[in-house]
Design a protein around this ligand. Structure first.
Ligand SMILES: O=P(O)(O)OC[C@H]1O[C@H](OP(=O)(O)OP(=O)(O)O)[C@H](O)[C@@H]1O
Ligand SMILES: NC(=O)CC[C@H](N)C(=O)O
Length: 514
């Protein structure tokens, strides 16, 4: 039996052999699409564990499998607690009180490389000649097997099957060869290919870093000051909602290819990549990130409303009510309603307490399917032509059940509008999308999907429309899930494990002009 929790002081998560999975784990067909959440805070004199707890609480939507916090007390070994479960399940007041220190690093995990087990929970704690480092990673490396082999050859005691631990050991190896934390960080990052937004705790300060493409987000905030003469204290978070919750002011993003070093002296910045090429994951904006988070200088609520308005102009329909698939479809549905003049109403009520639980539903509950999570409002829907808005269709399982539930509740017509283009390709950079053959739009035309999910009509937002509404250069985004154009080449065997179809997908130019 493997333990469900790891609490330790000054020791790495050894003893548990879990090296069975070296490529992306895709172990549950019903696994939702998420990405990990990372958080860091440097604030001597403050209760840093509690700040990290609240930061992670706000980032819970990014990963619901495990959570962990490491703290670094001055002149003492670090403290670490990590466990399977939600942030509120993993920590309580008693545990948080044991996590003392001047800085904290936290993580909420959604596994992409390495199975979903306590030993793979983060932060990864690794010893070095300069003391331990604790690393929290959002993203996914595409050169995991090579890096693992190199580190094993150098006799490192790898104890997990994650890619994240490899980054931690690569830094430790460089530190132990005589480099400083910053030199070691740069040396290690250059060995990594793929997506990494990192928060790394050390006895001397916190490192925040993003890969050369900045595929996953990472933001910097300043904690409120009691007196204006107090030094600025900094926090790092995957999204600005992780700053808001602790009252920190959003300053800016960590830039692609940038590393920040936060110590008692303040914050310094290093650009470790000569020519970074921004490629923020567009799906962060469409779906993953919380609508109250700010990306590209506006809240994602505003962006999603705007793409909803665009969708209404591109694909109008005759209907009596616009309703959303909650939660992530709501802003686009409101935008659709505003542009179309069709009234917006709530037609599906979401039970927000249905998360990833360890209690498996009974067979009859599983058959009831979507109603565990979404319940239709019969008196709103009865006799109405419904315009249903969602942000995405991935496998199509959710949509089909929702459409049936709406019809059972009395809807006379269901027209579905999706505020993103068809998802045709899997992600290799931190979202454990199913293999390509399970992506409904990879094998079926829009008409065939409409028939399968049993809607009266179905339209997706155009690729060009989506990118235009970001109001930035389209080249600055990774939209591989819609186009198959991967900004960081995906080597074998990762590629052939998930990219299973040889179908001729339209070229980027054809998609752009569609
Ligand atoms: O096509 P499928 O594979 O079934 O998945 C697509 C659905 O999953 C997501 O919602 P999620 O259940 O994560 O809820 P949320 O909108 O509240 O995040 C997304 O918003 C779609 O509704
Ligand atoms: N979704 C993520 O960012 C996952 C981080 C890392 N690849 C892991 O599996 O733990």
């Amino acid at each position: 039996m493997l333990p469900n929790s790891l609490s330790q002081t000054g020791a790495s998560a050894a003893d548990f052999d879990d090296l069975e999975s070296q490529v992306t784990s895709c172990d549950r067909p019903d696994k939702p699409e998420e990405a990990c959440g990372v958080f860091g805070v440097y604030a001597p004199g403050e209760d840093v564990a509690k700040l990290a707890y609240f930061g992670l609480y706000a980032l819970q939507h990014r990963g619901q499998e495990s959570a962990g916090i490491a703290t670094f007390p001055k002149d003492h070994p670090p403290c670490l607690h990590k466990e399977m479960g939600l942030v509120s399940q993993v920590f309580n007041e008693t545990i948080l009180n044991t996590l003392v220190g001047e800085l904290a690093v936290g993580h909420t995990r959604y596994s992409t490389t390495g199975t979903s087990r306590a030993v793979n929970a983060q932060p990864a704690l690794v010893p070095t000649r300069l003391g331990h480092l604790a690393l929290a990673h959002n993203g996914n490396l595409v050169n995991t097997p090579i890096l693992r082999e190199e580190l094993l050859r150098n006799h490192h005691n790898l104890v997990t099957s994650t890619d994240s631990e490899l980054i931690a050991f690569a830094i430790a190896e460089a530190v132990d060869s005589g480099k400083t934390w910053l030199e070691a960080g740069i040396h290690a990052f250059n060995r990594c290919q793929g997506a990494f937004s990192l928060v790394i705790g050390t006895p001397d300060g916190i490192i925040g870093a993003r890969d050369p493409n900045g595929i996953r987000p990472l933001v910097i905030g300043a904690l409120p000051k009691a007196n204006s003469s107090d030094p600025t204290r900094y926090a790092l978070a995957s999204e600005t909602c992780g700053l808001d919750i602790i009252g920190a002011e959003y300053l800016r993003d960590v830039e692609p290819g940038e590393m920040v070093w936060i110590t008692n002296e303040g914050m310094t910045s290093y650009h470790w990549v000569p020519q970074p090429q921004p490629k923020l994951c567009i799906f962060e904006m469409i779906y993953f990130a919380r609508p109250d988070s700010v990306m590209q200088n506006e809240s994602l609520y505003t962006y999603r409303m705007r793409i909803g308005r665009r969708l209404a102009l591109e694909s109008p329909a005759d209907a009596d009510l616009v309703i959303a698939v909650p939660d992530s479809g709501i802003p686009a549905a409101i935008g659709f309603s505003q542009a179309s003049g069709i009234p917006y109403a709530e037609g599906l009520i979401k039970n927000r307490y249905v998360g990833r639980t360890f209690i498996q539903p009974t067979q009859s509950m599983r058959e009831a399917g979507i109603r565990m999570k979404l319940n239709p409002l019969r008196d709103v829907l009865q006799g109405k032509r419904i315009l249903l808005v969602d942000d995405s269709i991935v496998r199509g399982t959710t949509s089909r059940k929702i459409v049936k539930a709406l019809r059972d509740a009395g809807a006379t017509e269901v027209h579905m509008r999706i505020s993103s283009p068809p998802v045709t390709h899997p992600c290799f950079y931190g979202i454990d999308t199913d293999s390509q053959d399970h992506l409904i739009a990879a094998t079926k035309s829009v008409e065939e999907i409409a028939a399968q999910i049993e809607v009266d009509s179905l339209s997706y937002l155009s690729w060009a429309g989506m990118l235009e509404e970001t109001r930035d250069d389209p080249a600055n985004f990774c939209s591989a899930c819609f186009t198959g154009q991967y900004p960081v080449p995906v080597p074998e065997p990762l590629k052939s494990a998930k990219l299973l179809l040889e179908k001729n997908f339209p070229s980027l130019e054809a998609i752009a002009s569609a």
